[in-house]
Design a binder for this molecule. Structure first.
Ligand code: HEC
Ligand code: HEC
Length: 280
């Protein structure tokens, strides 16, 4: 007992002396000072994360498509590697870890999916921060990058109207028209398909006779119920479309006003006298 205490005292004294020496010389190198007793800087021991690639290039990514890559997470260390988390820098990116505990010499996966929908055309770079108990880089940053482009051809391949007002289709075909009436609603919901052939538009331009030679009743019916066997959709809510009576009436009013103006302009161009505004 007594001897024990003496021993502890001398150990404590020894430590204090060593600490004083270290402080005095101002250099503290644990591996040297303790002669390998602790080896906090020894990267050959413990778990070690090695990733097959640090920056993945997706190249060109179609705006309506998606991009996915699986990183391989290897444990090149000597103890079980644990992946604590893998956090992407943006909500448009998902990262799913396979096995979180990886034995030495084994491999797990990190599936990263980038969703380009509603993202601007052009370059993008996102990061995924991988936190693990690795002795080197316990916080490792992986990158994905690429260039978003909008393909008209991809769209042309699916010339059907199924779901045109839903989900991703709706993001182009209806969302911009929500809450709008008249001209603005036409711009959002109709001009997407109605325009010049040169612009690839499948429907006739608003100034064309095809578009204008209808009565308000006919317009109302065409908009509400579509045109069978064509790509003119059914817009009325009763047909699972996005528009109600008020919105459709506002489009009919807009087309009527447009027609009136057009008739007037054409008459002026042809030199005929402008008719008096209707008195009724
Ligand atoms: C990125 C915006 C965008 C998305 C998303 C989109 N469309 Fe379109 N869609 C257009 C444009 C613009 C046109 C007019 C034709 C053109 O310019 O290629 C069009 C035209 C159409 C046409 C008529 C094509 C023709 O040539 O007759 C159909 C049918 C159609 N879309 C269905 C869909 C469906 C179904 C979806 C979802 C699966 C969808 N669209 C998603 C932009 C989009
Ligand atoms: C997905 C594409 C698409 C959208 C969106 C669309 N149309 Fe059409 N529309 C067409 C096509 C294609 C035709 C031509 C049908 C045919 O072959 O006769 C057409 C035909 C028409 C016609 C009849 C023209 C004729 O030849 O008699 C009217 C009127 C019309 N659309 C109005 C509208 C209005 C108003 C909207 C917006 C609420 C709208 N369309 C939205 C594709 C579209």
């Amino acid at each position: 007992m007594k001897q024990n205490r003496k021993y502890l005292m001398s150990v404590a004294f020894g430590c204090a002396a060593l600490l004083a020496l270290v402080l005095a010389t101002g250099s503290f190198q644990p591996t040297r000072a303790f002669g390998g007793l602790f080896t906090p800087l020894d990267t050959n021991k413990g778990p070690k994360l090695t990733v097959n690639e640090l920056d993945h290039d997706f190249g060109k990514v179609e705006q309506q498509g998606s991009a996915e890559v699986t990183f391989m997470l290897s444990n090149t260390g000597t103890d079980t590697l644990e992946i604590m988390s893998a956090n992407p820098s943006c909500g448009c990116t998902a990262a799913v870890i396979g096995t979180k505990k990886i034995a030495p010499g084994k491999v797990s996966t990190l599936k990263v999916t980038f969703d380009p929908h509603n993202k601007a055309e052009g370059g993008f770079t996102k990061t995924i921060n991988v936190v693990s108990n690795s002795v080197v880089e316990p916080q490792k940053t992986l990158r994905i990058h690429g260039v978003i482009y909008l393909s008209k051809l991809a769209h042309k391949d699916m010339m059907h109207l199924d779901g045109v007002f839903q989900g991703n289709c709706g993001s182009c075909h209806v969302d911009k028209g929500k809450g709008e009436l008249g001209a603005k609603l036409y711009e959002a919901d109709c001009a997407i398909c109605h325009g010049l052939k040169a612009d690839n538009k499948p429907g006739p331009d608003i100034v064309s006779d095809d578009m204008m030679n209808h009565t308000p009743e006919q317009w109302k019916k065409i908009i509400a119920d579509g045109l069978a066997n064509t790509n003119m959709p059914q817009f009325h809510k009763r047909n699972k479309g996005p528009l109600g009576d008020e919105e459709i009436a506002s489009l009919v009013d807009y087309l009527s006003a447009f027609k009136k103006n057009l008739v007037r302009e054409r008459m002026m161009k042809s030199g005929a006298s402008v008719p008096h505004p209707p008195t009724n």
